[in-house]
Design a protein around this ligand. Structure first.
Ligand code: NDP
Length: 332
């Protein structure tokens, strides 16, 4: 049987469907000079992939119809003449949804898997972890003593943002998520001071209760009602890192935005968007600080696995229904 790769078959309208994806059998690639063949162990599914399925130019170019869904993956080098990609090494790369990848020199990075699973480099120690680090510390400029609110708090980025806020001296860390189980995990193992289930009632009301003295920093993964509630709760000089707005990615037409933007003026608020790939220069600082915290258990991470390449579309769609606790990963 030949290995598979996943292609974009059709551009979704609203929520993606199985028929928007095609599974294509391809031979195991033959490495040329300076190339490496990697057998993937796991592939990442990330919310930004939904945006790339649209034919809209954004910070990342759209996927082409009939082409592979590119994205993060980890695998083992099986055959190689590529400098820096030795046979037997575990590598992180961006060749995406396929069982075997052909990499050129510089297209993969060897990762250390003696202390953490390879999949950690798709989540806590990878792009989502760096996103949390840059968003919290550089974009929202969190300071010791701040009250920090994180939406999407039980996901890959949110779990890291909340734990980093605690370790960086936030006076109170509040998270929001979409189930009682997630909320209990946030205030339990993850050490958030308070957490709310946004499906239980208006976010603004629940946030006012969880943050009686207001919030100083908002780490936004969700947008919409959460953003409006956060603006309403912000103290003077409050800062929001606009990381993502997952509540809107499947919208087929624009929805009304926050109705309280006027508060930005009087309260001197800053709402600042960012894209993690503009901040790769911060990766060394991120690893220097965060790897020891993961090693000594100060930061914990969880992964939700779906099994087999054929489960990838369902895993991606699951992100929009909160099917994941921590990082969603497709195990091959
Ligand atoms: P997550 O692991 O957080 O998975 C997505 C989560 O979003 C789900 O588990 C679900 O949890 C929640 N969610 C889905 N739909 C809604 C909704 N309508 N309202 C509220 N919550 C919802 O994904 P990531 O950690 O990978 O990404 C988090 C955010 O960060 C996304 O917006 C993503 O686009 C953004 N991002 C931005 C980057 C950047 O460079 N700016 C880089 C990486 C990610 P629940 O059960 O709580 O609903």
């Amino acid at each position: 049987m030949m290995p598979y790769e996943v292609h974009l078959a059709a551009r979704p309208k609203g929520e993606p469907r199985e028929s928007d994806f095609a599974f294509v059998e391809v031979p195991v690639p033959e490495p040329g000079e300076g190339q490496a063949v990697v057998r993937n162990l796991a592939m990442s599914v990330d919310p930004y992939m939904r945006g790339r399925m649209n034919a809209v130019r954004s910070y990342a170019p759209p996927y082409e119809l009939g082409q592979v869904m590119y994205g993060g993956a980890v695998g083992v080098v099986e055959r190689s003449t590529a400098a820096g990609l030795p046979e037997g090494a575990t590598v992180l790369h961006n060749a995406g949804w396929r069982e075997y990848a052909l990499l050129g020199e510089g297209e993969g990075r060897v990762v250390e898997v003696s202390a953490v699973p390879a999949t950690a480099y798709l989540g806590a120690l990878g792009m989502p972890g760096l996103t949390a680090y840059v968003g919290l510390l550089d974009i929202a400029a969190m300071r010791e003593g701040d009250v920090v609110f994180v939406s999407g708090a039980a996901g890959a980025v949110g779990t890291m943002a909340g734990q980093l806020a605690r370790l960086k001296g936030a006076s109170r860390v509040i998270g929001s998520a979409g189930s009682a189980e997630k909320v209990a995990w946030l205030t339990g193992e993850l050490g958030f001071d308070a957490a709310l289930n946004y499906k239980d009632g208006p976010v603004a009301e629940q946030l006012a209760e969880a943050a009686p003295d207001g919030i100083d920093v908002y780490f936004d993964n969700v947008g919409g009602e959460h953003l409006q509630a956060a603006i309403g709760a912000m103290n003077e000089g409050g800062r929001a890192a606009e990381c993502g707005m997952i509540s809107q990615y499947n919208n087929t037409e624009p929805k009304p935005g926050p109705n309280n933007l006027g508060l930005i003026v009087g309260r001197r608020l800053t709402l600042r968007g960012f894209i993690v790939s503009d901040h790769n220069d911060r990766a060394p600082d991120f690893y220097r600080e965060v790897v020891p915290w993961v090693a000594d258990g100060s930061i914990v991470f969880r992964e939700t696995f779906s099994d087999g390449i054929h489960s990838a579309p369902k895993a991606l769609m699951g992100l929009f229904r909160g099917a994941n606790v921590g990082k969603m990963v497709v195990r091959l």
